[in-house]
Design a protein around this ligand. Structure first.
Ligand code: NCD
Length: 363
């Protein structure tokens, strides 16, 4: 089992709860290495570069049967628990696949109605129960900050196992942002990487947690411009704007989709997050159709630019756009599996073993 994370033990929940995300982030790392993966703020540029390189090495190792057997031997003594009480297909399945690649045994709770929470058990007690049987928890929740609270609870228990945030409320989705960065890095491999690029975010930027996390990770790159195009009611929240201002990032907010398409190196489309509507149907009021990417927009898109989407998609990108080589969302999904393998390998400190295998057999 991983060692106790002393920093989280040294602070009361009350004190910790008062901290902003920048101050919280180091508490989830251990000696500069990610332990709990809960916030995008935990990843600095060297950590991002290391994760992307590791994901690429793993991807190449996994191409052969011997390589796959090596990967499966790394964590076949560990067990993972998936605690997904909010809908998920891609994130859940890519984590399942990633853990399987590393040989981990898995179990899940996907519906709080099937767990003892229905008998009145607190979420704290539920998570402590999971930690009795497993070595890592991957969780998605509609409760803001729950994964952070659990990390603190576990740090102060006998089994301080790592927690990965697979999507928390409207706040953050850090592993999606990692796969988005990996996709950008791979796509611009021969164009100097992410540095110096312009990224255009479109859709529900207010409630989309993938946008919030990716926007933070992009601040770790040099001279990246961020454009946010959405109807006013879905524009980026002030706290996210503040992060960009403090990081000295050039960014613009606008309602004019077609004007920004030709300016972007990458366009990140998102769906309306109407599950958060206070009154059903409330989101339908906005004229979102003019923020949809249609086949006719392809001619406005720069030749090297890429089109991304965390999915699920509704009408944000016309299906016929999928044939264009700049449509990157299917590859983006597969990248998610590799980057999650890399993240878990890093958390369990077997990254050096992977690199040694790569050098010996493929380097
Ligand atoms: C996203 C999410 O759950 O935040 N999906 C995902 O994990 N790929 C985006 C969304 O639901 O719109």
């Amino acid at each position: 089992m991983a060692e106790k994370n002393n920093r989280l033990v040294d602070i009361s929940w009350k004190e910790f709860d008062k901290l902003g995300p920048n101050e919280r982030a180091p508490y989830f790392n251990d000696n500069g290495r990610v332990f709990h993966a809960l916030l995008a703020q935990q990843f600095d540029r060297p950590a991002l570069d290391r994760l992307c390189d590791l994901a690429t090495n793993i991807r190449k190792i996994a191409k052969s049967k011997e390589g796959m057997q090596f990967l499966q031997s790394l964590l076949n003594h560990k067990r993972v628990m998936f605690y997904f009480t909010q809908p998920s297909s891609r994130t859940y399945l890519s984590f399942c696949a990633a853990c399987k690649i590393l040989g981990m045994a898995a179990a899940d709770v996907r519906d709080a109605a099937t767990s003892s929470e229905m008998k009145g058990e607190s979420q704290e007690d539920s998570v402590r129960t999971f930690s009795s049987y497993f070595d890592m928890i991957v969780m998605r929740s509609k409760t803001s900050g729950l994964a952070e609270k659990m990390a603190w609870v576990l740090a102060n228990s006998e089994r301080p196992i790592p927690i990965i945030n697979a999507g928390s409320a409207q706040d953050q989705h850090p592993t999606q942002a990692l796969l988005d960065v990996y996709t950008l890095e791979r796509s611009f491999e021969h164009l100097g990487g992410v540095d110096g690029k312009s990224i255009l975010f479109v859709g529900d930027l207010k409630r989309g947690r993938t946008v919030r996390s990716l926007s933070i990770l992009l601040t770790k790159f040099r001279e990246v411009t961020q454009f946010f195009v959405a109807p006013k009611r879905f524009q980026l929240k002030p706290d996210s704007q503040k992060i960009l201002k403090e990081a000295g990032v050039t960014f613009e907010l606008s309602g004019n989709f077609e004007r920004y398409v030709p300016k972007a190196d990458a366009i990140y489309m998102t769906r309306v997050q109407d599950e958060w509507d206070k009154k059903p149907g409330q989101s339908r009021k906005s004229d979102i159709v003019k923020y949809h990417f249609k086949v006719r927009h392809l001619r406005l898109l720069r030749p090297h630019a890429i089109l991304m989407h965390p999915f699920p998609r509704r009408e944000e990108i016309e299906v016929d756009v999928d044939h264009d080589p700049r449509a990157m969302y299917w590859r983006q999904m597969r990248n998610g599996m590799w980057v999650r393998v890399a993240l878990i390998a890093t958390i369990f400190q077997c990254d050096t073993e992977v690199l040694a295998y790569y050098r010996k057999h493929l380097g």
